[in-house]
Structures are given as C-alpha cells and as structure tokens.
Write a protein that binds this ligand. Structure first.
Ligand SMILES: Cc1ncc(COP(=O)(O)O)c(C=O)c1O
Length: 420
C-alpha cells in the first residue's frame, strides 16, 4: 500500500501504529469476506483530502453554506458518472451507507406503516429489507419471501403468489448471501401486476452489473440502491438511482430526511471509483472475480463440501459445513480459518437449524483476492487449505503450516491498491 502515515506517526503514534497493523493484517491475509474489497490508491488518495473539512448541506448549486463551488463540482461529477455508469435517470450520491440508501428510499416512497416485501434475512436478505430490529421493520410493516427448500433458490412463481396475497407497497429484491442471479425482470413484472413499487438492492453485485456480467436491474426498477465498497471496489458508502420522476422525493429523503451534511471526501472517492468501473479493464476484473468464484466452488465441491444451491453464478458461495463435518459450526470454522489467515464470515444457510450466532455455513467471496491479482490457479490452493484446516479440526500444527503458506502467497501477490 502507498500510504505511509508519516505525519500521523509523529503526531499520533497510538493511532498510526494501529493503522499500520491493519495494513500489515490486510497484506498478510486472504480476504474472503464477500462484501469486502481492496480499493485503488486513487480512491484512497481522494478519501484522505481536505474535502473532509467542508460542510455542503444541500445539493449542487442549492447549498446552505457558502464556499461550496468545489463541493458542487465534485458532487456533480459523481452524479453524472453514476448516471452514465448505471444508465440511470437520476442519482443521489450522498448516502453514508447501503442501509442509509435503503432507508431513504422507503422514506421517499412510503408512508410509515406501509408494507415492504423483501427477502428473508435467514435466506440471504439484508437487515434493511424489513428486519424487525431495523428501522425498515419498525416503521413499516414487513413480510418476507424465502428460497425453496429443495433448490435453495428463489422461485419466482412463489414470490408472485405471495406478492399477490400480501399486496406490498414496495417489493424489494437483492441479497447479502445469495449465490445465484437475481431475475430483476421477473421482480419488475410482479411489481407491475401487484401495482407496487420496486427497489433493487444491488449492494453486492453492482460491479458485476456495470461490467455487464449480471442482469441489469435499472430498466425494471423504480429505485436501485447499492453500496460502493463491494464488487464495485469504491469507498464505503451508498448511492440511490431512480427514475427522474422520483428525483425530488429521493433527494429530500436523503437530505434533510435522514442525513445532514454529505461526506465530500467520500463522494470524491465514489466519483473516482465510478470512472475506474467505466474503464475497459474493469470488465476483465469483474470476469476474473466470477472465474475465481466458479473454480473455488468447484474445488470445494470436489473435496466433498456442499455449496448451497449446488454452486455459484456470482462472486460468492455459501459452504454448508454439515455436508462434510456435521458437528462443525460456522462460528468455529471461521475462527480456525482466520487463524490460518483465510478471513471469512460465519453464515446461516437457508432453513438452518442452528442459531445465526453459530450457523451451519461460511460465506466465501472472491472480489478482494481478485483485486490482489490471484487467479483460478490459486483457487485450488485455497480450497485445499480450507479443507485441510477444517478436517484437521483446527489442529495447531496444520493451522501454522497453512498460515505460513498463506503469508507466502500474499507476499507474492501484495495488495498494491492498483488502478486500471
Ligand atoms: C444487500 C445489502 N444491502 C445493503 C447493505 C448495507 O450496506 P452498509 O453496510 O453500507 O449499510 C448490505 C451490506 O452488506 C447488503 O449486503
């Protein structure tokens, strides 16, 4: 990485030391958490700028404070790039996170108490799709659709039937842990039939969508939200895309509805990442994410690990640990793997009899390891290490041996924060 924190080392060594430790941790571990990535040096540089100093409540040319000319330019560039990248009529680039983007859409589109229908969290959905302990579930009525028990995939006939019965005011699609393609066209036609609005949350798959490697939600949706920091490889944060007719409501919901001043340094970094995602090389990067996921999944299955749905069409997979080690929980597996520098997260699998705290699965994703230049030839190694660590039941010698091998692979493929 290219940021040496030389000033911080002098002025605040306590924090500088921890940042350095995090840089070393990222450098020496394989990041297999599907929702994380390593940004480019250009994105990092934009984040660490004087733009953080500026209050710019409002929108370009309509600010509450003076001195916003540069903030206006930055935000307008980000908006224009987002609209171009996604082919959207309207873009709001201010949401501080993916959750904020979803909450703002509900505020723009619904009255409190109206009905959201989204994917069940336990089947791969997200908290902000109507979970009872999230604002989306406390201020709105929420009902959830599930995957089929036999295929573990969404059945659009079932979703349609449930939507016709429940009559939601907004149908939400998109997921945090669903390894298959989302049929946005089918969701769109269900929403039309029901006469409700449709929100597509592409937080995970945005990079694949803009690369043309996943079906596009924009033509079928009233609203599209995404995070910037997953497959899109931008800074942490969210954006909202919508049809022009919703522009005013969306903008008012973000500010003053749920946020105050925008984070201008983050908006600059979002703009940088949008330009990077328009670069022809981004498509090759997104294709490499998919190729790596496919091979990693196949190599795991060849070693007897069952993948939920039997495989993956995108950047992530859910490993059902019970298929090989019935007693092993996701919680324990993730600890052993991270001790060997393979960083993952425990995950419930659909119809999981275990509590989400323990879970029967782990979720693996390939965006970050692809950003550091790993290819399909390395996926066999990773699958082998995964298998050896878990089947050894976390044997300390085995973990030490794999940790050494992981560190060597990491050293050969450093996190360069390279641009395209
Ligand atoms: C589908 C989906 N939507 C929204 C979010 C929320 O993003 P954030 O953590 O930025 O609030 C996530 C994050 O994992 C997600 O997977």
């Amino acid at each position: 990485m290219n940021n040496d924190n030389s000033l911080l080392k002098e002025t605040d060594p306590e924090i500088a030391t921890v940042i350095d430790a995090e840089r070393v941790r990222q450098g020496e571990t394989l990041e297999l958490i599907a929702s994380e990535n390593h940004v480019s040096g250009s994105v990092l540089e934009a984040l660490g700028t004087v733009l953080t100093d500026k209050y710019a409540e409002g929108y370009p040319k309509k600010r509450w404070y003076r001195g916003c000319d540069n903030a206006d330019s930055i935000e307008q560039i980000a908006i224009d790039r987002a609209k171009k990248l996604f082919g959207a009529e309207h873009a709001n680039v201010q949401p501080h996170s993916g959750t904020s983007a979803n909450i703002a859409v509900y505020m723009a589109a619904l009255k409190p108490g109206q009905k959201i229908m989204g994917m069940d969290l336990a089947h791969g959905g997200h908290l902000s799709h109507g979970r009872s302990n999230n604002l989306s579930g406390t201020h709105y009525q929420a009902v959830h659709y599930c995957v089929r028990e036999d295929t573990e995939m969404l059945d659009m006939d079932q979703v349609r039937e449930q939507a016709l019965k429940e009559r939601p005011d907004i149908l939400v699609c998109g997921a945090s842990a669903y390894p298959r393609l989302v049929d946005f066209e089918a969701f769109g036609s269900i929403a039309k039939e029901v006469g409700c609005l449709m929100l597509s949350d592409i937080a995970h798959i945005a990079g694949l969508v803009v690369a043309g490697l996943h079906p596009d939600p924009v033509p079928h949706s009233d609203f599209v939200t995404t995070t910037n920091h997953k497959t899109l490889r931008g800074p942490r944060g969210g954006i909202i895309l919508s049809k022009e007719k919703w522009a005013k409501q969306v903008d008012s919901a973000v500010f003053p509805g749920i946020q105050g001043g925008p984070l201008m340094h983050v908006i600059a970094a979002k703009a940088v990442s949008f330009a990077e995602a328009m670069h022809p090389a981004f498509k090759a990067y997104a294709q490499a994410i998919l190729d790596n996921a496919k091979v990693l999944g196949e190599e795991l299955m060849a070693r007897g690990w069952r993948l939920v749905t039997g495989g993956t069409d995108n950047h992530l997979m859910l490993v059902d640990l019970r298929s090989r080690m019935p007693e092993l929980t996701g919680h324990q597996a993730a600890i052993w793997l991270s001790d060997a520098h393979l960083v993952t997260n425990k995950n419930a699998i659909p119809f999981d009899p275990r509590s989400p705290f323990h879970g029967s699965g782990v979720r693996l994703g390939t965006p970050a390891i692809t950003s550091r230049g790993l290819g399909t030839e390395h996926m066999k190694l990773i699958a082998g290490w995964f298998d050896e660590i878990l089947t050894s039941e976390g044997d300390e010698k085995k973990i030490a041996e794999v940790r050494q091998a992981t560190k060597e692979l990491c050293a050969a493929h450093p996190v360069l924060n390279s641009s395209y």
